[in-house]
Write a protein that binds this ligand. Sequence first.
Ligand code: FAD
Length: 359
Amino acid sequence: MDVLVIGGGQAGLAAGYFLRRTGLSFAILDAAEEPGGAWRHGWDSLTLFSPAQHSSLPGWPMPVPAGGGYPPRDAVIAYLAAYEARYALPVRRPLRVTGVRRAAEGLVAEAATGERLAARAFISATGTWSRPFIPAIPGGETFAGRQIHSAQYRRPEAFAGLSVLVVGGGNSGAQILAEISRYAARATWVTEREPVFLPDDVDGRVLFERATARWEAERAGLPPPAQLGGLGNVVMVAAVREARARGVLGSVRPFQRLEPGAAVWPDGTRIAADAIIWCTGFGPALDHLAPLGLAGAEGRVAVGAEGQAVGEPRLWLLGYGDWTGMASATLAGITRAARGTVAGIAASLVPSFVPPAAG
Ligand code: FAD
């Protein structure tokens, strides 16, 4: 086998699309039971914050939902399932890779089934969803109420009548606060700083373009462009606009500690709480790479151009976030990142390889 891709979410599929065009042999190993990657675990009301036209994988545009609007979670899952069928991508599922090791025959993936699969190059595309991040807070372990991460959140009815703290000022925090506040007795939004709300007519597509411009300026050693807006800013999707109209989008700064039934602020303010929903982001899911001894800061692996691991040139990382390629954790950004990674692999395995034209 020339290339093994670990992970069959949007990043793994985009890699598969470009690998098909190289003529290299490859397979995609995915731990999940079904297609869809992280989208299978999103909460019920989760929608994209970019229109379908700007959320497509290479080759085949995402269908526009009937009635327009931003595609809901299930439409994204259906698109990813149809995408891998359309391009007959060789996905083996469910197959969890538990470790990647150096062996006499090259790099070898060990699967939970006991199988050993060797390849000349590996792409790790395992995403972040299985690595929710919750900050350590004094007294956190004494809190008697319910604590979940946004990765486990499904629907607001479970919080009816409760006092809920929603922690985190990004899009997850804003969207979950918006719907929780319709059911909870009290919903308190806790954010590190005042959230940045984008104008109503600015969606994820514009954020992506601005983030790209900033990234390109940085790479060229130029000052950042004047326009504000990053992928962490709050997009005013319908639910968040509705929450604003109800006047519930106010936020407070972080509490200092937790007690069994309350959060306590530095000035002594205390809010009784039954539940906390941590919308505090994710880290990369890279446990399977531990045997290679490449772990660096924040659980990351140092990468060079196109996501090639600095300490292991036969390994490439794809997706995860800007550190492996600009906006590579988004549908809009994965095409460019996957094209670059596959071109890099092909060039390393087939010296006469000429990258295919964009498309
Ligand atoms: P994933 O989708 O997580 O796929 C990784 C796959 O790898 C999974 O199928 C997993 O089972 C598999 N896997 C993991 N470990 C192993 C292993 N050891 N062996 C084998 N397989 C393994 N993006 C957008 O573009 N637009 C949006 O509007 C948007 N909204 C979002 C809203 C929220 C609240 C969140 C949290 C994210 C949002 N995203 C959005 C980002 C997007 O959901 C993820 O970043 C994206 O799913 C990442 O794709 P991926 O393929 O890298 O990883």
